[in-house]
Design a protein around this ligand. Sequence first.
Ligand SMILES: Nc1ncnc2c1ncn2[C@@H]1O[C@H](COP(=O)(O)OP(=O)(O)OP(=O)(O)O)[C@@H](O)[C@H]1O
Ligand SMILES: [Mg+2]
Length: 254
Amino acid sequence: MDNKIKITDLNMVYTGLEDDDGSGLGVLSDVNLEVFDNEFVSLLGPSGCGKSTLLRLIAGLEQDYEGEILLCGDNPRNKRIPVCYMLQKDCLMPWRSMLSNVLLPIEIKKGDLKKAREEIKPLIHEFGLAGFENYRPRQLSGGMRQRAALLRTYLMDGEIMLLDEPFGSLDEITRMQMQDWLISVWEKHKKTVLFVTHDIDEAIYLSDRVLVMSDRPGTVNGAIQIDFERPRKRDMILTTRFSEYKKNILSLLS
Ligand SMILES: Nc1ncnc2c1ncn2[C@@H]1O[C@H](COP(=O)(O)OP(=O)(O)OP(=O)(O)O)[C@@H](O)[C@H]1O
Ligand SMILES: [Mg+2]
């Protein structure tokens, strides 16, 4: 199986901070990981361990690191590899309608907006946003805002999708609905996904593999393969196998 993301001995230190004694803030330490084609991998770890920093590095928004990052087999320092990236906040522009927020990647690419508006209709429907095209973000529910941000991310170029706690701000019921919906969309369209979360159940429920990170400076402490069949069913949460996975993850976290 091809890998889409391959990270070898990655180290990252933030320097130039105000109360820095010269050593900087070590954020990532010897990170090694691989994500394979069409795999759904979750990255789980304590707050502040460097998950968002790792995603920013993969997305090319931070360049100052040691080690190697390969995307689709190429070094993004030498060749631009487009990735779909959703930040920890939904970052919808409040003055734009939902539809024009979603179509932003097409606008940035200077694509044909008229054509895109037609072509996107089935996706707007699939993402549960039909009828709300002209609403501003503040007029949407939290779940709808997240789905709009996800659809916008999905429309970016690239086979790799980086999602930074997309459901972190949602209540539990909405979060469960969003998980089910994300799985069904992913099973249909398949992209390679690296999904950051704090939530152990969410990581097991969604993923093919869960990578567990240590406290800062973050490193990958272990990987758990999740062998539940797909499509995933909610009641698998009640099985002994689920509890076993959870126990293994908890022991890697402690
Ligand atoms: N631009 C920056 N400059 C300096 N330090 C930073 C910067 N961004 C993040 N950090 C520091 O790097 C560490 C890791 O931050 P990061 O946002 O990657 O954590 P995280 O694992 O995503 O946490 P959370 O789960 O709370 O989102 C933190 O100590 C943070 O203060
Ligand atoms: Mg974060």
